[in-house]
Design a protein around this ligand. Structure first.
Ligand code: BTN
Length: 244
């Protein structure tokens, strides 16, 4: 992973570019597409990923995941989040956490985001387009963001970030290939943001704030939240934690 590098100066979104290359049969496992500028970077839930005026890592890896059953897709997600977390951790002494499902946070500030897009065939995850955005220097326009520079006082080169990231991805992807899902789940849970702490949450469908405690994730990656001693299972996008 990360051996083949495609560099582009400007593109709408490296994920879109990867999808295009993939449809033309031009992507091999582990290739990473790196853009200096994205004009329409995309985030989760249809949001955008802004890069105005900031030095960022904006890249997309292609992983050929046809050995992976769709039921185990969450472990791919966990391995990527763990790798990005480890890479960020290597630049700072501060505690770096994974905010479920796959945002990378330091305290209440976001430093990196992940957008994974997969295509499925016969119950298998054929391939994964793994977009990763990391703030290297401060992003002005986003309120709750931080950057490597703010954390470490240094502003690493994009290729330094790429090297560290590819190394971490190789390490954690190995557990996906070995189907060591227990290890991935356990490790992911150990870095889960605000785990075992009382926090304020709200359900997207029923936005009334309540106090709950994140206890972990289940076998398919859903979040387990304890409320008044009872565990509720939440699917991706069912919860809002913006107030923390
Ligand atoms: C999120 O936090 O919601 C996910 C952000 C993912 C951003 C990266 S930047 C590289 C890749 N290309 C995109 O258009 N998005 C991802």
């Amino acid at each position: 992973i990360g051996q083949q590098i495609i560099q582009i100066h400007e593109v709408d979104s490296t994920n879109n570019y990867a999808a295009k290359l993939l449809s033309e049969g031009k992507l091999t496992h582990g290739t990473v597409i790196l853009a200096e500028h994205q004009t329409a970077g995309r985030g989760q839930r249809g949001r955008n990923w802004q890069s105005i005026g900031a030095k960022q890592f904006t890249g997309t890896y292609f992983l050929k995941t046809d050995f992976l059953s769709v039921d185990h897709l969450c472990y791919l997600n966990m391995s990527i989040a763990l790798a990005v977390r480890e890479m960020i951790q290597s630049f700072t002494r501060k505690e770096v956490a994974i905010k479920w499902p796959n945002d990378i946070f330091i305290g209440s500030l976001k430093i990196a985001g992940i957008l994974i897009e997969t295509n499925w065939k016969n119950g298998r995850v054929e391939g994964a387009i793994v977009g990763i955005g990391v703030n290297i220097s401060p992003v002005q326009s986003v309120g709750y963001a931080t950057s490597l520079e703010e954390l470490s006082g240094k502003s690493p080169e994009v290729f330094t970030v790429l090297d560290a990231l590819s190394r971490s991805l190789n390490g954690f992807y190995h557990y996906v290939q070995q189907a060591d899902f227990d290890y991935l789940k356990r490790t992911y849970e150990s870095f889960l943001w605000k785990k075992d702490e009382e926090i304020v949450l709200e359900e997207r469908q029923n936005p009334v704030p309540f106090t709950g405690i994140i206890r972990g994730v289940d076998q398919i990656g859903n979040l387990l939240v304890e409320r008044d001693g009872i565990i509720t299972v939440y699917h991706n996008q069912e919860l809002n934690f913006e107030s923390n």
